[in-house]
Ligand binder design. Structure first.
Ligand SMILES: NC(=O)c1ccc[n+]([C@@H]2O[C@H](COP(=O)([O-])OP(=O)(O)OC[C@H]3O[C@@H](n4cnc5c(N)ncnc54)[C@H](O)[C@@H]3O)[C@@H](O)[C@H]2O)c1
Ligand SMILES: O=P([O-])([O-])O[C@@H]1[C@@H](O)[C@H](O)[C@@H](O)[C@H](O)[C@@H]1O
Length: 563
């Protein structure tokens, strides 16, 4: 059946694991970890022993005090008045992970075929040979699958780290049902071979399952992607109006959800980068605008606009993995109206991810970053599409804005009055020979002490799809989790979902979408702390402040806190 993803055969959906109090590590367990920290095995779960954290069959409920400094800057008196304020949150997380599917727009692309093959390889424990010997599937590069968080320390003073995905019950990638659309009719095995990402033997071991997977026909409006993509467009919906396209995509989503008996479907764009759409009154500035523009078959409505509206109207979260401005104000308003999560833009996978660390390191160290030149060449179809000026412009924007928050936070180095900021150039070239193995070359020049200059030059080979695919997995897992988390504050009776624009996903995206009027954070480890701290608060785990006062002072007896 076209668009039919794999369903983990007999795979039990991850149930809320049995609770094992983390403080029951036996001496034997600790013997497993001779290092000065305990890495809790991934099949453990946690129990927080506190009256402020309650476990029921249905929920994990936690009370959290959010500390915020309210600041008043008096420029006349040259004084800042700081009033620390405390806000009480009650978080509630449904423990039962939902049967979840993801419908990829652009399923037959390098990212789509790679993430699909990787999930099958992990789920089926496929191994394959290559010159270095036997290889095993893994989820390296995934925040949820391959990282840990520090909980605290045990009675012997050893640090205790837990796998990220044990903070709260999370979807396991092996259980994700995958489907989607592509304007090209290649089955997923042919798409994987075309991508030239996986080793040959792995491709052949994946063939039996992936050859049966065929993307659903999609919508193709030539004006929005490079003309050089035209020869791919052989898998299209019957020619019709944009309203008919919207209705067909909505029907595809419903059919997929019913066919796999799913509780949650997430629609994720990993299709080609489109040109920006105009944003103007009457076209897409309100929810009514965008739906009317679709009904009126307006030329300025893009395929990704249609997919986003279809997902939202079907109450499915929509994530934009590409840089174009799909999520126009009207689509944001539509998501808010239907209380559906949206997120984007543009996976933050390699060159830009490193930039969001290096720029943060330099500026936070008081070194004045003066010039950033980011050049890369790549040879995949993404690179081919980006060789067209309008599509490159979409990418140039998302790759260029990533240092704005770090520069804006340091008025000592950068004069706000003149909007002073580093020179920043982005260059992308299409070189077919390197295929998906993008070669990034960056140069960072900073003014240092006594007007010296520091130059950092980097050559960074980014295997683009192997770096982006774990991000797709994390985007799905974190979005599914966020649909199970609600909160109420000390002045509310009812529980609410988080804001429709899921800014908690910023860590995974180059140009993070945030609720209108709120700040964009690009610094990678601030984004990382945002995720771990919010999820820790929901789990009732104390924030890791990195202060480690227990090792710097005589720790007093703990206070009894009843919120
Ligand atoms: N590291 C990365 O790979 C990375 C990082 C950030 C962003 N991205 C973005 O992710 C997207 C996908 O990257 P890729 O390397 O997989 O590209 P790709 O060109 O291999 O795949 C894109 C797929 O989308 C299909 N497509 C185009 N328009 C479509 C439509 N309207 N409906 C359905 N399918 C459509 C194409 O046929 C193609 O199969 C690109 O926009 C890219 O800029 C990739
Ligand atoms: O590596 P990164 O900057 O995060 O992101 C990548 C760009 O460097 C590359 O040019 C582009 O083709 C990819 O789609 C991706 O956006």
């Amino acid at each position: 059946m076209p668009g039919n993803g794999h369903v983990a055969p007999g795979h039990q959906i991850t149930k809320a694991p049995a609770i094992v109090a983390v403080n029951t590590l036996s001496e034997d367990d600790q013997a497993i970890n001779p290092a000065d920290h305990d890495g809790v095995p991934s099949d453990y779960s946690i129990e927080v022993n506190s009256r402020n954290t309650i476990y029921s069959n249905e929920f994990i409920e936690s009370k959290y005090i959010y500390d915020m400094n309210h600041c008043e800057v008096d420029h006349q008196k040259k004084r800042v008045n700081i009033t620390p304020r405390k806000y009480q949150y009650d978080f509630r997380t449904k423990r039962q992970v939902q049967r979840t599917g993801v419908m990829l727009v652009g399923w037959g692309g390098n990212n789509g075929s790679t993430v699909t093959g990787a999930i099958i390889a992990n789920r089926d424990k496929i191994t394959w040979m290559r010159k270095e010997g036997e290889q095993h599937a893994n989820y390296y590069g995934s925040l949820t699958q391959s990282t840990t968080i520090r909980l605290g320390s045990n009675k012997d003073g050893k640090e205790v780290h837990i796998p990220f995905n044990t903070i709260l019950p999370m979807l396991h990638p092996n259980d994700i049902v995958i489907g989607g659309w592509d304007i090209n009719d290649a089955n997923l095995y042919d798409a994987m071979r075309r991508a030239c990402v996986f080793d040959y033997e792995l491709q052949e071991k994946l063939k039996a399952k992936m050859i049966k997977m065929k993307p659903l026909p999609s919508i193709y409006y030539p004006d929005f992607i490079a003309a050089n993509q035209e020869d791919r467009a052989n898998n299209l919906l019957p020619k019709g109006t944009k309203q008919q396209d919207l209705d067909r995509i909505r029907n595809d989503i419903r059919t997929f959800k019913n066919a796999h008996d799913l509780e949650q479907v997430i629609v994720l764009w990993t299709a080609n980068t489109e040109r920006y759409v105009d944003v103007r009154a009457g076209l897409n500035q309100t929810a009514d605008d965008i739906l009317r523009s679709i009904a009126n078959n307006d030329d300025e409505v893009s395929p990704s606009n249609v997919f986003a509206c279809a997902a939202i109207l079907e109450k499915c979260p929509y994530i934009n993995g590409s840089p174009q401005n799909t999520l126009v104000p009207g689509i944001i308003e539509l998501a808010e109206k239907y209380h559906v999560f949206i997120g984007g833009d543009d996976f933050k996978s390699g060159q830009t991810k490193l930039k969001s660390v290096l720029a943060d390191f330099l500026v936070s160290a008081g070194l004045k970053l003066q010039s950033i030149v980011s050049y890369n060449h790549l040879g995949n179809n993404d690179g081919k599409n980006l060789s067209a000026p309008q599509q490159f412009r979409s990418k140039e924007i998302s790759k260029s804005n990533v240092v704005d928050d770090m520069v804006g936070a340091n008025h000592l180095l950068y004069d706000k009055r003149t909007n002073e900021h580093p020179d920043h150039v982005v260059v992308i070239k299409y070189v077919p020979f390197v295929k998906d193995s993008k070669r990034a070359m960056d140069e960072y020049i900073s003014s240092i002490f006594m007007n010296g200059l520091s130059t950092i030059a980097i050559h960074n080979t980014c295997e683009d799809s192997l770096l982006a695919s774990p991000l797709i997995i994390d985007l799905v897992i974190l979005t599914e989790l966020m649909t199970r988390i609600t909160y109420k504050t000390n002045d509310q009776e009812e529980y609410h979902s988080f804001e429709a624009v899921l800014s908690i996903l910023s860590y995974l995206l180059k140009a993070p979408m945030v609720p209108p009027g709120t700040p964009v954070i690009n610094a990678l480890f601030k984004q990382h702390r945002c995720i771990t701290n919010i999820l820790s608060a929901c789990a009732g785990i104390a924030m890791d402040t990195d202060m480690l006062l227990e090792h710097k002072t005589q720790l007093p007896k703990p206070m009894k806190i009843q919120l």
